[in-house]
Design a protein around this ligand. Structure first.
Ligand code: ZN
Length: 193
């Protein structure tokens, strides 16, 4: 068995031993809100936002972007499970700021090995077969952090499937301090109307 699988199963056994009455939790989030945030390993929404099991929906992807699939989850979150307030949380030092669609397309075309990054950007070993499929994908990279929060809040706000009464708040998580800093323009754009 892989060392990681072993570690995860050991941790899970400990979790199960102290699971308590969490088996009685209801499916709808008890605190009626959702967070869309980045998959970055340094971010732990349960800790930075004070969540316990059953409290809130957390939707994660690369960048915490308002992709079609993120919106799919948010719509399910309110329409079927009753959330009433949403947060979009991007963060400092996001990997999505380090490349563009063209760079990712080229890296994948070069090989499927893990690329490396240095001060001059991303490099690929070119060692092995690649694919041009990556050139057909919108990777939703970030060139301006605050603007990306504004853009995502606006995209969610403007979805015809999202009711106007749900407030959408925009924040940037600071990886150096753990602090959530509001992007006022985003929260303003996400204000209920
Ligand atoms: Zn990120």
């Amino acid at each position: 068995m892989s060392k990681i699988v072993d570690e995860v199963m050991t941790a899970n056994a400990e979790y199960v031993s102290s699971f308590g009455d969490k088996g009685n939790l209801a499916m709808p989030p008890a605190r009626h809100f959702a967070i869309l945030t980045c998959m970055d390993a340094r971010l732990d929404p349960a800790k930075y936002a004070g969540l316990a099991e059953g409290d809130a929906h957390v939707i994660r992807n690369a960048g915490g972007r308002a992709s079609d699939d993120a919106i799919r989850s948010l719509v399910i979150s309110y329409k079927l499970l009753g959330t009433k307030e949403w947060f979009v949380v991007h963060h400092t030092d996001c990997g999505m700021e380090t490349f563009t669609n063209d760079v990712m397309g080229d890296l994948l075309a070069s090989s499927l090995k893990t690329s490396t990054v240095d001060a001059s950007g991303w490099h690929d070993s070119g060692n092995g077969e690649g694919t041009t499929d990556g050139k057909f994908i919108q990777w939703l990279t970030i060139s301006n952090l605050a603007q990306s929060v504004v853009d995502d809040v606006k995209r969610i706000r403007n979805s015809p499937m999202v009711p106007q009464e749900i407030p959408i708040y925009g924040y940037v998580y600071d990886c150096k301090t753990g602090k959530l800093n509001e992007v006022a323009e985003a929260t303003a754009a996400g204000r209920p109307s």
